[in-house]
Design a protein around this ligand. Structure first.
Ligand code: PMP
Length: 347
């Protein structure tokens, strides 16, 4: 086949294989579906839309609403079906992509798919950020920096972000702070981008807002950066139906706060219990998941699956030997997980 660019040869798809299990703790989803009343209201609004017409080209109505809500410049907001698509758009536009290793795998994947030069700076012992190495490596292009960090769950200090933001300005690059898990850490780094067009923020409705299946996320950036992303994305990219759902959830943010409050409490409880495990080591987390080092990830994963519990193996990533990642689910799901975790036997 000679239809496709040579750089795509050997690119493996996003590493996810669907496995069925009654207790699903593998994708960092919200354990709660959208409240029924909000679903019904969203469906009513969908029914009133003209389905034959294209939606607004840049979801202007929603963009205005988000901008007002977040006190951000309207022209700097870009909505898309999932922040993954915004990562791809930024990677297509970037001169170079830089990230951490380990980090959310879609950054590397998107850069490689886009044919954009890609480099990663390894985290140190105990997933410590090597700020000096990262500052030295950041010589331009786009740096994807999730904070809280995935897949470790760590929260890097604001001072590090400040230094990276200044470095971005100095070298003319773009620091993209991916705040996918911000509701679980209670952080908001967006003030760092208010007077610095070299910093942008990614947010998602897939986690605390419980809309993983709907696919929606947004970018907060300077109008210049947002313009580039809009040029790369296809027009009318946000479906009208998604817009109707987002309108409803933005009018009713209370449930997302409840989801986040539950997850934080349950995460700390499970973390505390796992700290008593003789062989497993949980890492402190500021997200809706826990990274856990076990003597053997394959064995841990298989043992849990036998008990009907699906977690994610992370041992293919550099520095994550033996690690599994467990999403914070419902209380009874976490109890089942803990029971199975303490039963695991090693030969
Ligand atoms: N960024 C990070 C750090 C994530 O972990 C995820 C999802 N797992 C995403 C972005 C993607 O979010 P979305 O569902 O909006 O595409």
């Amino acid at each position: 086949m000679r239809a496709f660019k040579a750089h795509l040869r050997g690119l493996s798809p996003y590493p996810y294989a669907k496995v069925e299990a009654p207790i699903k703790l593998d994708q960092n989803e919200s354990p709660f579906d959208l409240p029924e009343a909000l679903k019904e209201e969203a469906l009513r609004r969908m029914a009133r839309l003209p389905w034959n017409r294209y939606p607004e080209i840049h979801a202007e109505g929603l963009r205005r609403r988000l901008a007002a809500l977040l006190d951000w410049e309207e022209e700097g907001v870009v909505l898309a079906p999932g922040s993954n698509l915004l990562i791809l758009a930024l990677s297509l536009a970037a001169e170079e992509v830089l990230d951490l290793s380990p980090s959310f795998p879609h950054y590397a994947h998107a850069a490689k798919a886009a044919g954009t030069p890609y480099r990663a700076v390894p985290l140190g012992e105990g997933f410590a950020l090597d700020l000096e190495a990262l500052l030295a490596a950041f010589t331009g292009g786009v740096l994807f920096f999730p904070n809280p960090h995935a897949p470790t769950g760590a929260l890097f200090p604001e001072e590090a972000l400040k230094a990276l933001a200044e470095r971005a300005r100095e070298v003319g690059g773009l620091l993209v702070v991916d705040e996918a898990y911000r509701e679980f850490s209670g952080t908001d780094f967006s003030p760092l981008g208010r007077d610095n067009p070299h910093v942008a923020f990614l947010r998602t409705f897939s986690k605390a807002f419980s809309l993983g299946g709907i696919r929606a996320g947004y970018l907060l950036a300077s109008p210049e950066v947002a313009q580039v992303v809009r040029e790369v994305l296809p027009p009318f990219v946000l479906p009208a139906h998604t817009g109707a759902i987002l309108e409803v959830v933005l009018e009713n943010p209370g449930y997302a706060q409840e989801v986040a409050a539950y997850v934080r409490q349950e995460r700390e409880r499970v973390y505390g219990r796992l700290r008593q495990h003789p062989l497993w080591h949980p890492y402190p987390s500021h997200t809706n998941f826990l990274l856990v080092r076990t003597p053997d990830a394959a064995q841990a994963h298989a043992h849990l699956l036998k008990g009907g519990i699906l977690v994610r193996r992370q041992d293919r990533y550099p520095g994550l030997k033996g690690c599994i990642r467990v999403t914070v689910g419902l209380r009874e799901e976490m109890e089942a997980f803990l029971r199975a975790a303490f039963e695991v036997a090693y030969a």
